[in-house]
Ligand binder design. Structure first.
Ligand SMILES: Cc1ncc(COP(=O)(O)O)c(C=O)c1O
Length: 396
């Protein structure tokens, strides 16, 4: 008998059937199948810096093999306190920190720890695709506010954002620098968000994983540093993007102590702890890595320059990202009769470049139907190979 849709999900909880498998991973699979250049998934294809690799090797040689303290190795917690004081003037004490298996686990542990069934979260879209499922897994109801592109970059309508808050709103999730838009929220925007959080007595949960990839002299502003926000912000970040080690799985949540206790409990029962030797390596990298972090934005500026003008010449409509390493382009000129997902599949199959269709970044796929995202955390030869294929596209 042919299996039916009901058969294919039998036994899966109602909660989990509310979201689908990540399209990004599907595009990575297609890239391998068609031997295409993979500008879909957000991971670097170049090596991590030697100093963090040497620190990890040393930690394993030193036999740091057993469970770390569940909320983080003391060395990493000390390094985090020092780093946030040095970079942002933030006072982060031991009681605020939970080290997790990447910022992904920090986000889901935080949401489970602070949300009750029926609570609402406010999420900007296009979004990093985990936030919707994370909210649903926590029993909460996500409300979406669209960020739109103009010639000046990406911005949101303040009245629309204010209207998304109500008596059930418990938290807003902000990702700056942003995946997929490359937007860096300005101080004025963050102050507006701060005022809404205070007015509605809400938490802010900020994903700052791209904090050190920021362009044209902009400064990263952690929302927690704004007046009145330290006691209502959970700051999430990690080493994946800064040190090009997305597979190491080390991240953290910094929260007011009253909330950190809840986050630690969830984290403990989800994963017990992040990889012990890699936490020690992360601590060393953070202690030694300020100069490296400052250079990172310059390195990514050069990669951005290899890609943005080439895409624009080929007919992809986009502005230069302000931070992170993605370009969300408008592909309307290419669409003809097909939709954005079909276009992205065609691009990987026929042109040999894997991207992510914009539909995967919106709760309503139609909103992203004319967009596709390019990731440029790649070596120069990878980017040049991709842009040669893209240039050929405009000659078709
Ligand atoms: C906005 C954002 N947050 C979190 C992550 C995942 O971070 P981690 O590797 O620390 O789990 C990504 C990865 O692409 C991302 O783009």
């Amino acid at each position: 008998m042919t299996p039916t849709l009901a058969d294919s999900t039998r036994g899966v909880s109602a909660r989990v059937t509310q979201f689908t498998e990540s399209v990004i991973r599907e595009m990575t699979r297609l890239a391998a199948e068609y031997d295409a250049v993979n500008l879909a998934q957000g991971f670097p294809d170049f090596p991590a810096p030697d100093f963090i690799k040497e620190a990890a090797i040393q930690a394993i040689r030193d036999d740091i093999n057993q469970y770390a303290v569940t909320w983080g190795d003391p060395l990493l917690r000390q390094a985090l306190s020092a780093k946030y004081a040095r970079w942002y003037g933030m006072e982060v004490t031991d009681a605020n920190i939970t080290v997790c298996c990447g910022s992904t686990e920090a986000m889901i542990s935080t949401l489970i720890a602070v949300l009750n069934p029926g609570d609402e979260t406010v999420i900007f879209e296009p979004f990093y695709e985990n936030y919707g499922p994370d909210s649903i897994l926590s029993g909460a109801v996500p409300r979406f506010v669209t960020v739109r592109q103009s010639a000046d970059g990406w911005s949101f309508d303040r009245a629309e954002l204010a209207a998304a808050f109500n008596l059930r709103t418990r938290a807003i999730i902000i990702n700056t620098p942003n995946n997929p838009t490359g937007k860096v929220f300005t101080r004025a925007e963050l102050e507006f968000i701060r005022d809404l959080c205070i007015q509605h007595d809400c938490l802010a949960i900020t994903d700052e994983i791209y904090e050190h990839i920021i362009y044209d002299g902009r400064q990263h502003i952690p929302l927690a540093t704004l007046d009145g926000m330290a006691e209502r912000t959970i700051t999430i970040s990690g080493i994946s993007k800064t040190f090009s080690v997305t597979g190491w799985r080390v991240g953290w949540a910094l929260a007011p102590a009253r909330l950190a206790g809840g986050i630690r409990k969830v984290h403990d029962f989800l994963t017990v702890g992040a990889p012990a030797p890699l936490q020690v390596a992360a601590a060393k990298a953070m202690d030694q890595g300020d100069e490296y972090c400052r250079q990172l934005s310059a390195d990514y500026t050069a990669r951005r320059q290899r890609v943005v003008p080439a895409l624009q010449r080929a007919g992809f409509q986009c502005t230069a990202p302000e931070g992170a390493y993605y370009i969300l382009t408008d592909v309307t000129p290419f669409l003809g009769m097909c939709g954005g997902e079909e276009f992205a599949r065609w691009l990987v199959r026929e042109v040999g470049v894997a991207t992510v269709p914009g539909s995967s970044f919106y709760h309503d796929a139609a909103l992203g139907a004319a967009q596709t995202r390019f990731c440029y955390s790649k070596t120069d030869p990878t980017l040049d190979a991709a842009m040669r294929k893209i240039a050929a596209l405009s000659k078709r």
